[in-house]
Write a protein that binds this ligand. Structure first.
Ligand code: SAH
Length: 224
């Protein structure tokens, strides 16, 4: 097995990581657990080594295949909104594994995380890295997240890290009653907004809008 430089040095050191955490706290993230866990996850290992020196900037970065690792502040914000729940978060689904960074952050905070990615090389890379880093409560799957992940549904919470034009009903159906979903929704880069969806009963859900965001498109199939 290759040796991972988990601690990092210089631009990838704990000091640099701490500075990023201070920055996102300053931007308004209040949940101490989220800040603590993000201070532990080595983001530099989730990007190409050529970009490692930029991995603790508060920006999204390319991860290949036209996809990006999300901006740390947005990762923190989405995680904070997901955690702000009265119910225990035992069974969680992430749609859009990408680099696996958001999954690692969630993995440090919830009991079990299923995560689906449709691009095979990204799925393989993230699965391997998350395993090497020691996560045993994260279950990556290569699948089209339009259909969620039925085998372990229903979920206490779902986080979607790519933006569909509308909230997919198939995902609402995989939420428990009282379950919550954080999802960026919008037609293009300028109109996306972070939404919190709560399934209040079998056939009803509420939607609350949060900040404007920029995510890669969620590729939706119309037929199974
Ligand atoms: N959470 C990721 C962000 C990756 S970008 C991270 O922390 O790095 C969003 C990801 O969603 C991309 O990898 C993209 O391939 C994936 N994606 C887009 N549409 C999808 C779909 N329908 N099913 C599964 N994954 C999808």
């Amino acid at each position: 097995m290759r040796k991972l430089d988990v601690k990092g040095i210089g631009m990838t050191s704990q000091r640099t990581r701490n500075r990023l955490i201070e920055k996102i706290e300053h931007l308004g993230i209040k949940n101490k657990e989220v800040l603590r866990v993000m201070g532990l996850v080595p983001r530099h290992l989730f990007v190409d080594s050529a970009l490692a020196s930029r991995s603790y900037e508060n920006t999204a970065l390319p991860i290949g295949y036209g996809q990006t690792i999300s901006q740390p502040y947005i990762v923190a914000r989405m995680t904070e909104l997901l955690l702000d729940s009265d119910n225990p978060l035992d069974n969680i689904l992430e749609v859009g594994t990408g680099s696996g960074y958001q999954a690692a952050v969630l993995g440090g905070l919830v009991k079990n995380l299923q995560t689906v990615e449709r691009i095979l090389p990204l799925y393989r890379k993230a699965r391997c890295l998350l395993y090497e880093l020691g996560y045993r409560n994260i279950y990556p799957h290569h699948a089209d997240g339009t259909w969620g992940w039925q085998k372990t549904a229903p979920y206490d919470a779902i986080m979607v890290t790519a933006a569909p034009t509308e909230i997919p009903n198939s995902l609402i159906q995989q939420l428990k009653i009282g379950g919550r979903m954080i999802i960026p929704v919008g037609k293009n880069n300028r109109e996306q907004v972070l939404q919190l969806v709560i399934r209040v009963s079998e056939n009803e859900h509420t939607v609350e809008n949060y900040e404007a965001v920029v995510f890669v498109p969620f590729l939706q199939q119309t037929h199974k």
